[in-house]
Every structure is written in structure tokens, then in C-alpha cells.
Design a protein around this ligand. Structure first.
Ligand code: FES
Length: 237
């Protein structure tokens, strides 16, 4: 593969010409924060958390979808980049259900980690929030749209890795949601409950139903056959 040389934060880096700036930075040991990016699965430039400054470009560029080119000069840590990325995360948080203390992803959430790393304590934007539907009808997966950041990671893992494709973007603009088509529940969609969407989700928008919830389901509906799965290693501890 042909190689190109570019400069990132003053360091010369030589990488294959099919690399993105994000991959080149990683090769050079430079960390660029990401949120929607999932290597080879979701490289769509949706969240804009990975913005960098490129000499000669009029605006900041999303490094996860920006191909490298010969002689490119990139800066990842300027005041402009830091302030803009902080602003981007503040805007994502403004429309996010921030009840982190009761969220199952508390302390294991990519958005929460990023918020702490950027030193965000208050959200300056307090506008209307997207109506967040909660779909807990299936026996296995709970989808909480109030926590969804519309990164598309679950959509692409369901469609392109698992080959199922029951999740996609529905509605438009402010009302966009990730859900099965035609507003049906996960219970009525041809979901195989592989759980890969949960693994791909960077926040708490998708989660596995707890055993207690499954038991409540069984009490509410005795016709439903409920399987309570156990995790022996965890249970034994
Ligand atoms: Fe690059 Fe989201 S990580 S745009």
C-alpha cells in the first residue's frame, strides 16, 4: 500500500494512504476522542466529537471520516478544537436523559466518561427534549430513546454485522429515533435477541432486561414463557 506523510501536532507520521486522520493519529500515539465511531462498523461522522483542525480547511473536520493526504498538517488540541468539542458534547447532553445515577451504564458510559474528561459540569442549553419512548415489551431487550444519542452504532451492527437490520432511524429532524420500522416494538420485530446492539451502544439506550423484570413479565402474563438466564461466574461471587 502506498504511504503518505502528514504532520499531526508537529510530529511527522507516515501511514498507508487508505488511513483516516483518526487512524494516523492513533498510530502516532495521539488520542482523539470519539463517540459514534466503531472501527469498520460505524464510520459515519455523526457525532463530531473527533473534530480536528486541518491547515487550509475552512472548518474543523471529523477525523474519523477524513482520509489522510500527502503533506497534510493537522492539529488535534488547539483552543478552537477543545472549545468546539466541549460545545458539541454539551449539545448532545442537552437532549439526553441525564439521570445517570439510576442508569445501568453509570460509570461505564462513553458519554459520561467524555463529559468528565472535558470537565463539563453544567449544561448551558436547556431547551425542549426529544420525547423519549421506552420499549420494554420484549422479553429480552429494553430500548430507551431518551438516552439515545443517534450515533448509529446499533443500526450498523444489526444490519451489517448480524445481517438482521431491524433497527434504523425513524422519523425526521428533532423527532428522529432509532427503532424498528413502523413504530413496532422490539417484541414484534424479527429481532433475534443476539444483544449485539447493546454491546455496540455507547450509552444506556439499549440494555438487557433484568431477571426481576422478566419475572414481573411472567406474573403479568402467565402465557409468556420466560427464561431467566443466569451468569454463573457472577452469581458465584
Ligand atoms: Fe468522528 Fe463521531 S467519532 S464524528
Amino acid at each position: 500500500m502506498e504511504k503518505v506523510t502528514l504532520t499531526i501536532n508537529g510530529n511527522q507520521v507516515q501511514v498507508p494512504s487508505n488511513y483516516t486522520v483518526l487512524e494516523a493519529a492513533k498510530e502516532a500515539g495521539i488520542d482523539i476522542p470519539t463517540l459514534c465511531y466503531l472501527k469498520d462498523i460505524n464510520e459515519v461522522g455523526a457525532c463530531r466529537v473527533c473534530l480536528v483542525e486541518v491547515e487550509g480547511a475552512r472548518s474543523l473536520q471529523a477525523s474519523c471520516v477524513l482520509p489522510v493526504s500527502e503533506g497534510m498538517v493537522v492539529r488535534t488540541n488547539t483552543k478552537k478544537v477543545r472549545e468546539t468539542v466541549k460545545n458539541v458534547v454539551e449539545l448532545i447532553l442537552a437532549n439526553h436523559n441525564r439521570e445517570c445515577l439510576t442508569c445501568f451504564r453509570n460509570k461505564n458510559c462513553e458519554l459520561q466518561t467524555l463529559t468528565e474528561e472535558l470537565g463539563i459540569e453544567d449544561i448551558p442549553y436547556q431547551g425542549e427534549k426529544r420525547p423519549g419512548t421506552v420499549d420494554d415489551k420484549s422479553h429480552s431487550i429494553v430500548r430507551d430513546a431518551s438516552k439515545c444519542i443517534l450515533c448509529g452504532r446499533c443500526v450498523n451492527v444489526c444490519k451489517n454485522v448480524q445481517g438482521i437490520g431491524i433497527l434504523d432511524f425513524t422519523n425526521r429532524g428533532f423527532y428522529t429515533e432509532v427503532a424498528p420500522a413502523f413504530d413496532v416494538s422490539m417484541a414484534d420485530a424479527p429481532c433475534i435477541y443476539c444483544g449485539q446492539c447493546i454491546v455496540a451502544c455507547p450509552v444506556g439506550a439499549l440494555r438487557e432486561k433484568t431477571d426481576i423484570e422478566r419475572i414481573w413479565d411472567a406474573i403479568d402474563n402467565p402465557d409468556v414463557h420466560v427464561i431467566v438466564q443466569t451468569a454463573p461466574a457472577v452469581r458465584a461471587a
